[in-house]
Each structure stands twice: as C-alpha cells, then as structure tokens.
Design a protein around this ligand. Structure first.
Ligand code: FES
Length: 302
C-alpha cells in the first residue's frame, strides 16, 4: 500500500478495504486508541492498530519484509481480523465488575479521598481491548483462567474504599482459574496499551488473599513454602517446596510420576552443596520482609 509513514496500521487496513478488497473485515471505531476495538496481532504482537505507526511496524518487521497482521490470539476468529470477544466479556462479568457497598448509603455522593482514587487510576484506564488476553500464555493452554484484564478489573474493585465485598471477591479469586494460575510471563504488561500492568494487580490480589486467610490452595502453599525456604536458609529447596505446595499425601501421590522423571533427570537433588553467600540472601530477604508489612495492615494505617 502507498500510505504515508506517519499513518497507522489501521489507516493502511482501511485503505486496503476502500481500494483493494472491500470484503476485508476488521473492527475499529474511535481511531484514537480509546475504544479498544482495533486490537489485533501486528508482527505477531498484540496491539491497537490505530496506535501502531506504520513506520514503527515496518522497522519491527525488518526492511523489505511485509508487516504481518493477524486476528487477536486466544479468541475464536469470526472473520479476517474480527474475533469473538464473548470469552472476555463473560470473564469480566464473572468478577462482578461493579461496586458492592455495605453500610448506609450516604445522602449525597460517596466521598473518596484523592489518594484512594489515585491508587486505582491506572487500573481504571483499562479499555478492555483484550490485548492482554490475546497475548496471555496461560489462556493459550487453559481457557479456565480468568485472564489478565478481568483480574485487573477485580483488583480495581477490591481496592475501592466504597466496595464492601473484598473478602468474598478474594475468596472467589483464590479458586482454580483465579489469581494463582498466572505464570508471571509479563506478556500482559508488555502489550497493554494503557499501562494497566495487569500482572502486578494479580500479584497484589494474591498478597491480599493470603493476608485475608485464603491460603487453602496450592498457590498459597507454594508461595509460603518458597518464602520459608529462602527466609530460613537463603536458598530454594525445590523438593521441599514442591512437596509443601500440595494439599497432602493424596495429591502428592498423583505427582509420583513427575517426581520420578525429575529425579532421573537430576532435578531432585538429595543433598544441596553449600552455597557461598546464601546467608547474605537470607539477611536481605528478612530485611525486605520486615520493611513490607502485610497489605491489610497498610490499608488500615492509611
Ligand atoms: S479504533 Fe478505537 S482503539 Fe483503535
């Protein structure tokens, strides 16, 4: 296409639809990276077509190589660049994305402090474009995971001082498919066009869920075992962490095959060699823990 360098990928696609192939199917509305409807894969990376300059896309593709556009990932394709977003919407609905206040309703408006609103400002910037869902490596293999955008939305409501359903939300999010299914791959943080940082919100939800006592799950057990291992020795005892992460002997039995294969490949050391400097790691870890009181305490202090 002969389009100016300062144009966007969306400009090029619309030019194609107007001048080359009128059947080309894509979504767009605002053309100003506000509505989120033009998300797609550009050079194999999820992005808003109206926010991606052709010049930048060409540089990424490499000189002489075509810019590759594909429909967003992890969602069924309806036609060309249009995907079915129902999976995203149903997962957003599943986290009850609305305030559930408890206590008396004020006569006039709810008064919320500046600090409290600034705290949720980044998360409220989410336009639900689905770029994070498209790039999520967990959703690629397990559709039961709620995913980054719905979990960031859930975080936004647990942080809102007007909401009174924190504990119910955190309990629900601690179930399979919730916060513990994230693998920290950072892809959602990388591709989010609004800097919502969904993965950071998920980690924060985990901390809060544990602080509220929702610890009867493998994720919490793993996290605690990890902390105990580093905190007490300065190094990670992977065998013990793996064993403590399970719900008990019954579940452990199901892991015998994995354990054996790991052992055969030398992944289950029976004795660890002393690690020089491990005590320093322990000291750093303990100092960090002392400076970082549980989240629920900090919230109350505010
Ligand atoms: S057209 Fe609205 S975000 Fe791209």
């Amino acid at each position: 296409m002969d389009v100016p360098d300062y144009g966007t990928v969306l400009d090029a696609l619309l030019a194609i639809r107007e001048g080359v192939d009128e059947t080309l199917t894509l979504r767009c509305s605002c053309r100003s990276h506000i509505c989120g409807s033009c998300v797609m894969k550009i050079n194999h990376r999820s992005a808003l077509a109206c926010k991606t300059k052709l010049q930048a896309a060409q540089e990424r593709a490499g000189s002489g190589h075509p810019i590759v556009v594909q429909p967003a990932g992890n969602m069924p394709v309806i036609k060309d660049l249009v995907v079915d977003l129902e999976g995203l919407w149903s997962k957003v609905r599943a986290v009850d994305p609305y305030l559930q206040p408890t206590g008396p309703v004020p006569e006039r408006e709810y008064i919320v402090s500046n600090e409290a609103m600034l705290n949720v400002r980044e998360a409220t910037a989410c336009i639900l474009c689905g770029a994070c869902m498209s790039e999520c490596t967990v959703l690629e293999v397990d559709d039961r995971f709620l995913g980054p955008a719905p979990l960031a939305k859930a975080w936004r409501f647990t942080e809102d001082p007007r909401d009174g359903a924190d504990r119910a939300r955190l309990e629900a999010l601690s179930q399979p498919g919730g916060v513990w299914d994230c693998t920290h791959c950072f892809q959602c943080v990388e591709v989010c066009p609004k800097d919502v940082r969904p993965m950071d919100r998920i980690l924060e939800l985990r901390r809060r869920a544990m602080a509220e006592g929702f610890t009867d799950n493998n994720g919490s057990r793993h996290s605690q075992a990890f902390v105990d291992s580093i905190g007490s020795t300065g190094w990670l005892d992977e065998t013990r962490v793996a064993m403590r992460s399970t719900a008990g002997l019954r579940e452990l039995r199901g892991w015998v095959g994995v354990g054996w294969r790991s052992f055969v490949r030398g992944k289950v050391p029976l004795r660890h060699r002393p690690i020089p400097g491990a005590m320093h790691v322990r000291a750093i870890f303990q100092r960090a823990a002392a400076n970082d009181p549980p989240r629920q305490v900090r919230r109350r202090e505010q």
